[in-house]
Design a protein around this ligand. Structure first.
Ligand code: ADP
Length: 358
């Protein structure tokens, strides 16, 4: 500010340069600025205001404020600035496909001996969205933890009330307590994992990895689950196929995908892992012959805690965080995850990785 004050204190320089400087400042501001005269016609505005309100209406200058934004509290704020010469702050919501929200500060100003008013529009759409996501996350976590905890407390009470001496049931009750405690443990591990990935707390060490053997390791680690379900796994990746990735993280992603492909498969279904390379990307796909996922869910299954059947996922030990973790890890690699699915036939989850040669 002191630089500008010094600049403008020289009247001659100020006359010549203040307008272009101000116009440059306005142009680069992220906040939208609208200046109106006493008759509420727009005298000046900047690019951010045009992007926010002008796209539908064309140039803003010379239009009345009411032609550009229809909002009673905004007009009231400008009226107060013009007539009562007072400042005010309001929240403005612009409806539409892409709903936007602004914090608006409106104040009286005076120029060339004319009274006018200025509105500064600060876009808070993204801040509000993040706040909503944070609240949803907290409420989801509390809900997910409460369910197993309620069950643990109920069974502990039953045991204390005498079931501890019931030789037929006491071991079974302890088994339920243990299963629920494990579920909470698993959930907390996944939450911590996701939060450390999201906050940039993990560093990838990418190198050239033999994909075929990595998939063999994934199958071996999941083998107890697989034999229990009689599901056939096929590693259709060529023995010499290599991708550029952090080996442990790639194994983690594929373990999540193969685990899901087993969990959501039919009793005697198949899971096949394939690999394709084109000039720009490597694509690793995990396909199953399970129940498939309907269109309405497909868009959302990579969201945290989103499950097509919450109760069932919980029953089979799911946390609803696996795919969110895969999505973040794929993106950390500069890649992406996608899904194709036919209801009743099966699903294919594909991890795309950029092709990088060492
Ligand atoms: P979960 O711990 O429930 O498996 P995920 O984030 O891994 O959580 O998956 C989210 C949801 O996506 C699952 O609950 C399930 O509804 C659906 N889903 C994931 N993989 C498959 C699949 N291979 N077939 C059908 N549905 C799937």
């Amino acid at each position: 500010m002191s630089l500008l004050t010094a600049w403008f204190s020289n009247r001659e320089t100020a006359e010549k340069t203040s307008r272009p400087i101000l116009s440059e400042i306005l142009k680069t501001m992220r906040e939208g600025v609208i200046v109106v005269g006493g008759d509420t016609r727009i005298l000046a505005s900047n690019a951010a205001a045009y992007n926010a309100f002008g796209r539908r209406n064309g140039a803003l200058e010379d239009k009345r404020l009411s032609e550009v934004v229809r909002d009673l509290s905004l007009h009231e704020a400008f009226r107060k600035a013009l007539e009562e010469r007072t400042e005010s702050d309001i929240e403005l919501e612009i409806p539409g496909v892409e709903k936007r929200k602004y914090d608006v500060h409106v104040a009286p100003i005076e120029f060339d001996k004319t009274a006018g008013a200025i509105g500064i529009f600060y876009d808070i759409t993204q801040i509000e969205r993040l706040e909503r996501v944070r609240q949803e996350f907290l409420s989801n976590v509390s809900h997910e933890l409460r369910t197993p905890l309620t069950s643990i407390l109920a069974f502990v009470e039953t045991l204390q009330d005498g079931a501890i001496n019931d030789g037929e049931n006491n071991q079974r009750f302890l088994g339920v307590i243990r299963k629920n405690a494990q579920r909470m443990h698993h959930l907390i591990d996944d939450i911590l994992e996701l939060s450390s990935i999201e906050s940039g707390g993990i560093t990838l060490v990418p190198k050239s990895v033999n994909l075929h053997s990595l998939i063999e390791d994934v199958f071996t680690n999941l083998s107890s689950k697989i034999t229990a379900r009689q599901i056939k796994l096929k590693n259709a990746v060529a023995k010499d196929a290599r991708v550029f990735a952090d080996s442990a993280r790639l194994e983690q992603m594929l373990t999540n995908l193969v685990d899901n492909a087993v969990k959501f498969n039919s009793e005697t279904g198949n899971v096949i892992v394939t690999f394709e390379r084109n000039d720009k990307k490597d694509v690793i796909s995990v396909s199953d012959t399970g129940e498939g996922i309907s269109g309405e869910h497909l868009q959302r299954i990579f969201e945290r805690f989103y499950r097509t059947d919450r109760a069932r996922s919980r029953e089979i030990g799911g946390t609803g965080l696996g795919l969110a973790i895969v999505k973040h890890l794929a993106r950390l690699h500069g890649g992406e995850i996608s899904v194709n699915s036919i209801l009743g036939k099966g699903s294919t989850f594909s991890i795309e990785l950029p092709v990088i040669s060492e």
